[in-house]
Design a protein. Structure first.
Ligand code: ATP
Ligand code: MG
Lengths: 283, 267
């Protein structure tokens, strides 16, 4: 898994300016490295700077201090923002407000049209992308006639058609029902595994973090904790003190072991069930 | 489902007829050509030829006459009005009817008939354009046809993009309007009864949230477009390629013949 850094934040600070010209610090002295092929989940409070982080990664925002490097480029000091945006795709929360085309395939075409792909090649790429997200049967459909999950899959198709190396999901599952959420997570996991696309998933659902290679916890514009899901969620008390949720299985394990039930740290619901069964049988 | 769900955008009737399959640029140009022909025509025979031609196109579009005529509803009033005005105002020739200072004279009737036929033909012909061409194709066709104007600073690409985005968001915003109406009604706002003024005032409760949300959508959409590498029309390619085919060639050929015929028979 360890390979060259694809995205690198070095002492990055970022401010928004309010209507009185006052600087509001959003990110402070942040350092972060994303390696090619990684699956990283970012969790954190509302307003902790997760979306800002995402926008800094594809030059929608530029750092006030420090450096953001994406592939060979520095986002603040290059004319190649278009190449950066082709390389780092961003899926937003509201599916309705990111679909531009009047039909599914028109929407997938939008990004390709922007980067000047010839029409014949566009056709192939659209078909492949729609197939990859399981939307091939809906190519001619109008977006408002799709379910939320289908809309997000269309948005993802629009991005993978551009052949990016990084796919960032900024709470892309927040407005979906559990079924839609599951579909999207399965899809991005597959893209990560099979197509080798680096995935950065920003989420409010701690359950989405358990299968990640790495979890990054943001708090007030800083990285509060990071590491493998196992390590990060092992510190339940620290996470809960800051008001962050942990996966259900982790929470139950924590309560049980705090109350003297001998049960090892775990992550998945399945593990929890197995441990409980073992305890029950060895009673 | 709900009332707003079936709001028609334009009045496009999907199909595969000869007329449907013409290039949108060809059809757009044809409306112009037809307008010129209609203004060249100046006697019964030339109008009859054009009317016959329109009828042929209606037939060729395989859309029912009833449906086409229904689409002309808003024009009927205008037609009746022009007819009436011309009958009453234009003087000359034999007096058919006299009623106080109101008279109906031969020249008036002639003018009234011709002008209304002109209007009716133009309205019919342009409605055939929107009936057989999807709004998306129309936007594409317009963008291509007007492309030369971008060299003199007309934002042709932006206008076409605006059109397509509007088309994309009309259903979304209609859905939203429906939701807002229901939400406000459940808060006790009554849209059904009361005087005109009260009802208008209650409309504010729909329009304001709708605008707020539309602006929020616009902002997010702009960001999403930028994130997907949008940077204006330059260097952009298009998925939908327009291609003139033998059909369009045939159509233009017919236009030439029509010009010759009308030029010959007109007085
Ligand atoms: N356009 C803006 N102008 C001014 N302040 C902003 C703007 N966008 C975000 N902020 C502020 O920056 C901070 C970080 O915002 P950001 O959107 O990055 O948070 P987030 O972690 O994505 O939150 P959420 O979980 O709610 O999406 C917040 O305090 C927010 O109020
Ligand atoms: Mg956010």
């Amino acid at each position: 898994m360890e390979s060259a850094p694809l995205i690198q934040f070095e002492n990055v600070s970022f401010y928004y300016t309010d209507e009185f010209g006052e600087k509001l610090p959003v990110l402070q002295n942040l350092n972060l490295t994303i390696a090619e092929g990684e699956f990283v989940t970012i969790i954190g409070h509302n307003g902790s700077g997760k979306s800002t982080l995402a926008k800094l990664m594809n030059a929608l925002l530029l750092p006030a201090e420090g450096e953001v490097r994406v592939g060979p480029w520095k986002t603040g000091a290059t004319q190649e923002v278009w190449k950066i945006r082709q390389m780092v795709g961003l899926v937003f929360q509201n599916p309705d407000n990111q679909i531009v085309g009047s039909t599914v395939e028109d929407d997938v075409a939008f990004g390709l049209e922007n980067i000047g792909v010839p029409p014949a090649e566009m056709r192939e790429r659209i078909d492949a992308a729609l197939k990859a997200v399981g939307m091939a049967a809906y190519a001619q459909r109008q977006p408002h006639k799709l379910s939320g999950g289908q809309k997000q899959r269309t948005a993802i198709a629009g991005i993978i058609a551009m052949r990016p190396r990084v796919l960032i999901l900024d709470e892309a599952t927040a407005m979906l029902d559990p079924q839609g959420r599951k579909e999207i997570m399965e899809l991005v996991r597959r893209l990560n595994r099979e197509a080798g696309i680096t995935v950065i998933n920003i989420s409010h659902f701690p359950e989405e973090a358990v299968d990640a290679d790495r979890v990054v916890v943001m708090r007030q514009g800083k990285i509060f904790m990071q590491g493998t899901p196992r390590n990060v969620f092992a510190d339940v008390t620290r996470l809960q003190e800051t008001g962050l949720d942990v996966p259900l299985a982790v929470r139950i394990q924590h309560y049980l072991s705090a109350n003297g039930v001998p049960i090892p740290p775990l992550l998945h619901q399945k593990e929890l069930v197995e441990e409980l069964c073992r305890l029950f049988l060895n009673r | 489902m709900n009332l707003l769900q079936n709001f028609p955008i334009g009045q496009y009737v999907p199909g595969h007829s000869f007329i449907h399959r013409l290039d949108p640029r060809c059809k757009l140009l044809y409306v112009l050509i037809f307008a010129v022909l209609v203004f060249m025509a100046n006697d019964g025979l030339s109008y009859a030829i054009l009317a016959l031609f329109t009828l042929l196109i209606m037939k060729g579009s395989s859309i029912s006459y009833r449906y086409i005529l229904r689409g002309l509803k808003p024009v009927w009033f205008l037609l009746a009005l022009t007819f009436l005005l011309h009958v009453l105002m234009t003087k000359g020739g034999t007096v058919y009817l006299a009623w106080g200072w109101l008279t109906v004279e031969a020249e008036g009737v002639r003018q009234a008939v011709f002008i209304s036929v002109r209007l009716a033909l133009l309205a019919l012909f342009s409605s055939l354009l929107t009936l057989t061409t999807s709004p998306l194709e129309l936007a594409d066709g317009l963008e291509r046809l007007l492309h030369p104007l971008s060299r003199v600073g007309v934002p042709v690409h932006e206008i076409a993009l605006m059109l397509t985005i509007a088309l994309r968001f009309i259903p979304t915003l209609l859905d939203e309007t429906d939701k807002i109406i229901k939400a406000q009604a459940s808060r006790g706002i009554d849209f059904e009864t009361g005087g005109l003024w009260k009802r208008l005032r209650n409309l504010v409760a729909i329009v304001v949230p709708l605008f707020v949300s539309a602006f929020r959508r616009a902002e997010e959409l702009a960001l999403a477009m930028e994130a997907r590498g949008y940077r204006g029309g330059e260097g952009r390619t298009k998925l939908r390629q327009l291609r003139f085919t033998w059909r369009d060639l045939l159509a233009f050929g017919i236009a030439l013949i029509l010009f010759a015929v009308i030029g010959w028979v007109r007085r």
